[in-house]
Unconditional design. Sequence first.
Lengths: 367, 520
Amino acid sequence: MSIALTAPPPSRMRLGIRTGLIIAVLLLAALPILNLLPRDSAFHVSDFIVSVTGKWICYAVLALSLDLAWGYAGILSLGHGAFFALGGYAMGMHLMRLIGPRGAYGHPVLPDFMVFLGYTELPWFWHGFQSFPYAMLMVMLVPGALALVVGFLAFRSRITGVYLSILTQAMTYALMLAFFRNDMGFGGNNGFTDFKELLGMPLGTPSARAVLFYASLVLLVGSMLLCAALTRTKYGRVLTAIRDAESRARFLGYDTTRHKLFAFVLSAMLAGLAGALYVPQVGIINPGEFSPGNSIEAVIWVAVGGRGTLVGALLGAFSVNALKTWLTSAAPDLWLFALGGLFVAVTLFLPRGLIGLFDRVKKGRGA
Amino acid sequence: MRLLLVLLLLLAPLTGRAQDAFSDALPGLGGGFAQQAEAADRLGALGDPRAVPILRALSDGRLLKRPDGTLLIREGDRVTEVATGAAADPAGAEPLRINNRVRQALRGALGRLSLVSPDPAERLAAAEAVFRSRSVENIPLLEAALARESLGRVRERLELALAASRMASPDEAAKRAGIAALGETSSAEARGILLEARATNPALAGEIDAAIASIDRRLTIRRAFETLFQGLSLGSVLLLAALGLAVTFGVMGVINMAHGEFVMLGAYTTFVMQEALRDIPGLASWSLPLSVPAAFLVAAACGAALERGLIRHLYGRPLETLLLTFGVGMMIQQAVRLGFGAQNREVSSPPWMQGTLELPLGVMVTQNRLWILVFSLAVLALTVAAIRFTRFGLEMRAVTQNRRIASAMGIRTGRVDALTFAFGSGIAGIAGVALSQIDNVSPNLGTGYIIDSFMVVVFGGVGSLAGTLVGAMTLGVVNKMLEPFAGVVLAKVFVLVAIMVFIQRRPRGLFALKGRAAEQ
């Protein structure tokens, strides 16, 4: 598979993208402040908008991580939702431990669902999660380790293309089945919910919402800068070369397995971080997050925006999710038709996504 | 002729005596309570089926006695004489009354007599009851019943009951015979009786242990066969679901994520056929067999439309095809959900597919699973035949091997592509007919099978139908073998992990294509 990427865009256009991004980030950053304005003010932004946008920012980070793997390394992962969910579960475990004796059953250590299922002591893998730094470490390490193992096995035996996609889909499917089980120690199909606090601040208050919102925004900007810098290094160039002609890159002496593995693991860690910030904002995590449909929805965000551009991933994540939020309340029956239609339209008519469309329009005007 | 006469002469005293004992016991039913109970006991012990309606009549208060002592039986409006069966005048007759003791004797006698009832189900139930009571007194009765029993499954229960009753006897030899007979069976109940007896009969411990071991051996074999059958049954379902994929993905290289939705369309076609033919006499019972071609046509038409309309534009771009077909699948699913509703639809099984079949060794097999196993193999055979022996199959193979040369030879490759895709989709539709018999017909029926089917194709080797067969059956059997140890879900997870590891060793599957075709 090869996409004829245009040469690096002219500096004027890049400047345009950069200005656009900065304006977008500033606009986003203003949302929680506008939320504090009095309710009757013309600039007041509702709680709903803030919390929904906070969610979208997490989705945008997931899309960004997927773009790194798919757009630059050519790894079409249909299981990125699994990394997102694993990060979310690690954060969920921290939040569950912080509930402490305030649960419905009032057990000093065990979360409610464990008391309910008749556990007498904490399973070994739950130790340490009361500490925030440890939980943050796990948020990145667990998805990273899974990506390392799966990626190593897959890339070493040169599984590429659709085979790799199916494999990653099977991975998230298997994890979903496993997390649905009660005796896994992750709360079965109810997952985790009823969180109380994070870092000493009670969840669900406007200030907590604002803090989480800014944390997500910082993560988004940080990962955007990281990915943009990374793809411009020599490493990034080699990665693109591998995407376009893997055998050729291998014959030129590059260790393609290691290059791809690094990108895949980094991407999984970013997805994990996105999941970790997503969970306290929505207040629940359950095995449904592992469902293959979620992962493939993330793929369509990237495809709609335009893969291999990073900006496209952000654009796609925000626009598709805005459409979803609007349509699922306006005409819930139509949402799946719209999503399916997006898949068809993007693959047939917009192979380079919205970004490609802008480019075409711009070029047409310039000529 | 003379021989017959001699036989008759020999038999005469026998029948005569039985006649006498039966007739002798009858008047007792008209006597006092003690006499009645005694007569009921005697009739029960005789094992003569003629006694059943009489005893029932007595227990229901329908047995009358005329002042002259003749017993009459009332059946609705008809009254007949008990001894002769001739119609009689009930004038002056009084219904016989009974007390609790008589009632108890009647219940016992009727229970024993149902061992010789003309209704096999009743005999089976009686054998079951006697087996549970395990009383020494039943031994002669059971022996008598066994002597006249001809039905295999009733004999089996009777023998089990006889052996169990013998175990209760104080006589050592009878016990030994009982143990030996129980050891011959392969029932968990017999094992329970032997275990119980082992505690109270230390002298017979050796024989009992041997008998238990022999039962265990047979039970293990039976369980192994049952697991094997369940595995093959699951494998046949996987085979059906994966076969169409083996054609579209394996032969054409087109990845069709809407495959599961074609399976679902096939199941809904079955439902529509059932509803459409419901009121047409003669056709209603044929709705399932007729659904097979109907589902093939519906799914094949959708497949052809999908290929000509959309997929054609994306050849050589498998990842885009994957996303596109996923989107199409999503839309099909939502369309069906809006059209038929989200709830499950009921597709009934024809009578010849219901119930269970008992194979030798007591292996129980559900009929519909067996039919699906046979059906899946038949579909496989037809698919292989279509690819091997038809003009269409020849052109399909030619296009797969070298599209441009095939085109130069005058094959219309576009048409072959469309037909191949329609063929693969049609097989998915057929799979839906079979799945409607064992799974819920709901809009997301196909979703559960798509990943498993891809696993089967990848595991078996892309492009090889033999690989698909072996892959499906292996995955099915391994899954069912793991289930007792790991549970349903973990078994599935293990299988998925095992496939991931297996692909490490053989990235091209079990039956890898060799040569140029494998280089893609």
